[in-house]
Structures are given as C-alpha cells and as structure tokens.
Design a protein around this ligand. Structure first.
Ligand SMILES: Nc1ncnc2c1ncn2[C@@H]1O[C@H](COP(=O)(O)OP(=O)(O)O)[C@@H](O)[C@H]1O
Ligand SMILES: [Mg+2]
Length: 206
C-alpha cells in the first residue's frame, strides 16, 4: 500500500501488481480473522451444538455446489462414490457440519491437481455411527507432517507455497467441531497420490 501511495501513478502495470499483492494480503487477514474468531469461540466452549436429523448426502452435494466456483478454474470434479448415494440420515449440528465439509472441500481444491477428482463415501459402521470420507487425488501430504496436521496454524511447506491465503486453522476447526459431537476425525495421505479425511457422525436415532 505504501509503495502504491508513493508510486508513480503513471505506471499502471506496477500499480496493478501491488494491488493484486495487497488484495492477497487482505484475503489472508480476513481468512485469519474469521478462523481465529471461530476457533476462540470453539475453545471457550461458546458454540453450542444444535442437533437435528438431516440427510448427509444432501448436505455434501449442497456444500460442493456452494464452492464449485472455486473448483471450476482447476477443472476439478466431484462425485459421491458409486453405491453410496442412497440417503442416510445423521443427527448432528447441520451448520457446523457444513463448515467441516466446506473446509475439507476447500483443501481438496487448493491442494488438488488440475483435472482432478474429489469423491465422498458414506458408510454405516454400526447402528450408531456413520463414517464420511472426503478423498482427493491432489498433491498429498508427506508422512512426517501427518501427526501435526490437525494442530492450529500447522501448514506444510508445499501447502504454504501453493496457497498464500491459508491460516492453517481449517483442520483444527474441523477437529473441534467433530469432537464437540463426541465423534472422531482422521486423515490418510500419500504424497503425489492424494488425501482422504474421514469423520464419524451419530446416526439418526429411530
Ligand atoms: N486435501 C489436502 N491435500 C494436501 N494437503 C492438505 C490437504 N488438506 C490439508 N492439507 C495440508 O494441511 C495443512 C493444514 O490445513 P488447514 O488446517 O485446512 O489449513 P490451510 O488450508 O489454511 O493451510 C495445509 O496447509 C496443507 O499443507
Ligand atoms: Mg484449509
């Protein structure tokens, strides 16, 4: 900004460059503030979980649609795995789970390859729990980073170089939300092959 203020206004190319850099900084700060606000609320236990019954496939499809605009430039496609389309009802905080799925999709897009694929699998593990897995065929995560991946602010080297606007809080927020439901979240990843994040939710009570 300083540079722009003091710059020669006759140089549009330079001004454009600084504005674009500034806009990235603003985006990074905005993301950081939103995520910090969210995580501090979660850590103070101020966000209560409001449960209802809903069809998990519908929420997953809805959520992808809401950020498909970010997937389009990279030509990344989304599908629900064959055989897992039939509606399954869960009992959870729909808006919080929407946020979890949104964070996972954002990661799969940011750290995904062009022309890549994202898929979702939905599994009944027992009568009480549903397992949801979001998989991508993106850059993956090196093994040594996996144990730290849910820590606040933790980002990998390749993650940082691919996306300068991330806060490193996304997965920490996901973990908080899932644990507030007394459920679990885990990650599997192979560098160069792809990543799968899985989490469980309570099945709808009959
Ligand atoms: N689907 C994914 N593919 C590859 N790397 C990932 C994926 N999801 C998360 N990561 C890695 O984990 C780090 C932490 O993710 P996250 O907490 O969402 O923070 P952010 O996206 O802001 O960097 C990312 O910086 C990236 O290095
Ligand atoms: Mg993220």
């Amino acid at each position: 900004m300083e540079t722009l203020l003091h710059s020669d206004m006759e140089n549009p190319e330079l001004n454009q460059k600084f504005l674009s850099k500034t806009s990235k900084h603003v985006e990074r700060l905005t993301n950081l503030l939103t995520d910090l606000d969210e995580i501090s609320k979660l850590e103070r236990g101020e966000l209560t979980i409001i449960k209802s019954n809903f069809i998990i496939q519908d929420l997953i499809k809805d959520t992808f649609e809401s950020i498909s605009i970010k997937a389009e430039p990279k030509h990344i496609k989304f599908n629900i795995k064959k055989g897992y389309e039939s509606p399954i009802a869960v009992n959870a905080d729909k808006e919080k789970i929407r946020q979890v799925i949104l964070n996972l999709f954002e990661n799969s897009i940011k750290y995904g390859k062009s022309n890549g694929n994202i898929s979702a699998g939905i599994y009944k593990t027992d009568n009480r729990r549903i397992l949801i897995e979001i998989s991508d065929d993106g850059i993956g995560i090196e093994e040594k980073s996996l144990p730290r991946i849910f820590e606040r602010f933790y980002r990998t080297e390749s993650g940082r170089s691919l996306d300068v606007t991330g806060s490193g809080l996304g997965l920490a927020i996901c973990k908080h939300i899932i644990e507030a439901h007394n459920q679990t979240i885990h990650i599997r990843s192979t560098e160069g092959i792809g990543t799968t994040v899985g989490f469980t939710l309570p099945a709808k009570k009959d």
